[in-house]
Design a protein around this ligand. Structure first.
Ligand code: PNS
Length: 159
């Protein structure tokens, strides 16, 4: 059974993430999307909110499990007997950080590999931080997040 793990902050999930989830789920038996702690970031959405947005965004894909974990990703991978991390790459600017993470994770566990999937061209400029900023200042986010979560994101920033 080929299990992939897609970790991230998902603060909030965007169409870019959903695209990677859809495409990655087609090339594995099971895809675990794990909302993890990035110590370099202070999230705008709580862990519960991020999980709920992901559930709404992904809908009913029988191959996809959505969960959270605080700790080292390699420990989660071992716990779930998974060997493959999947990450999306938008541009060269993502590369340095993602390479560092991939090498660090492999250094901690030689059995664990990271696969990179290029984002679709129409999502290559998209990020959670762009969505947060647009929502905060009343910009349009409808093209950047799934329709079923746009209002929840607007409401968060209208408080
Ligand atoms: O969406 P992000 O913020 O780029 O995701 C980064 C994330 C959460 C995948 C990364 O910070 C992570 O793997 N956090 C878990 C802790 C860990 O294992 N860190 C890597 C070794 S220091």
């Amino acid at each position: 059974m080929k299990t992939f793990v897609y970790p991230g902050s998902f603060d909030p999930v965007t169409n870019g993430h959903v695209d990677i989830i859809d495409r990655a789920s087609k090339i594995c038996d099971k895809l675990i999307v794990v909302v993890s702690v990035n110590m370099g970031k202070t999230p705008a959405f709580s862990m519960e909110e991020r999980l709920e947005l992901l559930r709404l965004a992904v809908g009913n894909n029988p191959k996809v499990e959505i969960t959270s974990f605080s700790g080292l990703l390699v420990d989660f991978m071992r716990e779930r007997n998974a060997k493959t991390i999947i990450k999306g790459l938008r541009a060269v600017s993502d590369f340095e950080y993602e390479m560092q993470m991939a090498l660090l994770n492999r250094n901690m566990d030689n059995d664990i590999d990271t696969l990179f999937m290029m984002s679709s061209i129409n999502n290559s400029f998209l990020s959670s931080s762009v969505v947060r900023e647009l929502a905060k200042y009343g910009g349009k986010i409808d093209d950047f997040v799934p329709a079923q979560i746009a209002d929840i994101i607007y409401r968060k920033f209208s408080k």
